[in-house]
Design a protein around this ligand. Sequence first.
Ligand SMILES: CC(C)(COP(=O)(O)OP(=O)(O)OC[C@H]1O[C@@H](n2cnc3c(N)ncnc32)[C@H](O)[C@@H]1OP(=O)(O)O)[C@@H](O)C(=O)NCCC(=O)NCCS
Length: 196
Amino acid sequence: MAVNPLMLDLPESFESRRLLIRAPLWGDGVKVNEAVAESIDRLQPWMPWAQALPAVEESEADIRRARIQFLERKDMRFQLLSKETGMLVGCSGLHRIDWDSRKFEIGYWVRTSCEGQGFITEAAEAITNFAVRELQASRVEIRCDSRNTRSARVAERLGFTLEGILRNDARAVDGSLRDTMVFAKVRGVEFSPEGD
Ligand SMILES: CC(C)(COP(=O)(O)OP(=O)(O)OC[C@H]1O[C@@H](n2cnc3c(N)ncnc32)[C@H](O)[C@@H]1OP(=O)(O)O)[C@@H](O)C(=O)NCCC(=O)NCCS
């Protein structure tokens, strides 16, 4: 059914076992900048936006744009914060939103000191559930460069179905052509028609 996403009353945060998962807030830029600085070597091969370390003011401006987009329901970024320490563990979100078909794509990155601890699997599971229950998602996708095995493992661990590999789909950040793995969960197959 057609929806005006601005009229959706949505929580700005929810929790998983170890994480507070929340919309960006004015002032988050410092924390994000610190996490990106720590993780830049691991982000650079995959993330076009991580080719140079941003200034703190740029990170803050980016966060403010992300908050505005969240409020407009055009793109929903989520900050992943440790419930125990308050540290920014990484960022995730629902991107390339199609409200007509209720399709969402999950993206993510983790700060290097928090890699290998299951935080992203935990966050992506909670965000998928949020998309299914709160946004009535019909389809949730995870896309990654086929060489990005750590990212693909997150999708596999969560039971996403590999639907195909789009060959020579885009340019990678190093200029090479990349194949894109497309994983998805859809209503009625990987989650029930009722959204359970
Ligand atoms: C892709 C990326 C987010 C994956 O991070 P990650 O730390 O491997 O993912 P998770 O947080 O889910 O952790 C999974 C790892 O923790 C381990 N782990 C430990 N405790 C765990 C738990 N409670 N639950 C699940 N896994 C756990 C798993 O065994 C797994 O390790 P393995 O892959 O060596 O077997 C990270 O490599 C990254 O930020 N890369 C750069 C940015 C990027 O590529 N983003 C994706 C673009 S498509």
